[in-house]
Design a protein around this ligand. Sequence first.
Ligand code: KPL
Length: 304
Amino acid sequence: MGATIHIVGGGAIGSLLAAGAQRHGVSHCRYPRDVNAAPVKATWIDGSEFNLSPPNKTPNILNKDDVLVLPLKVYQLHDALQAWQPFLKRRATVVLLHNGMGGYEIARNVLPEDYPLLLATTSHGAIKYYDSVGISTVRYTGRGITKVGSPTNAITNAKQLKEAVALLERVLPPVEYQQDIWQALWLKLAVNAVINPITALYDIQNKQIAQPQFDELREAICHEFTLVANVSGQNFCSAHIQQEVLKVAKATGENYSSMHQDVVHGRTTEIEAINGYIVQMAKKKGIHVPVNTLLVERIKALSS
Ligand code: KPL
């Protein structure tokens, strides 16, 4: 039997991965926190609908060629990795897939230093909703791309990691291997640092952050972001970052960002891992980032 992809959590992206695995005939297991609330049906990007195989409850020890994907929020990662550790004795590849930063540091605290680990970011769009007869459904709303890479590029686990990337590609293409995954992650951080808090604070769709009333705010977030990213080893230009942010805002224009949705539904937001990460890194490097600092405070005030 071939490798199995194990998907932790029942969020939109995790459920999309499970649907992709099923559609493409890849052996898979999914472990939503609440099996009763997990999607039972998928609507694919071409409009076709299919029922999802039932979720799994208890995992067995994963094989070395299996892949464990954690499409979770950063603040859920520590507990999830700890809970999964006993099942990772054969060193199955672990893939972190989340908004914001800080997941790698968490994984490094829980897993051994040379553990086969990949970091990923995706621009595929998916939403979870209840259909007209109340069935929990995941809908694939926008074809994007998943970028994945090794945080250290160490050659120790190179073959295993290459096979894990190939498995991810079979599940939900396209997947692009990145020699420098950190650049892709920093760029996604910029996108989330602008779109997510603005949409949440002003109760707007992603496309509306391009309105002139937000010009100054967008520019200031990107300027501070660029200062922090560049002292952390990146080489970005603030104007280019702004263009990238606007491109994503347009491409996902009709969406409400994940932070908007978290605020609306009274859930914990990812502000600490997004703008909070910029503030934390700025502090370490002695950089003044008043705009990101204020955004963190304002989102926290909204969501508590
Ligand atoms: O990642 C996103 C999010 O909402 O968290 C964006 C790219 C802003 C799409 O909505």
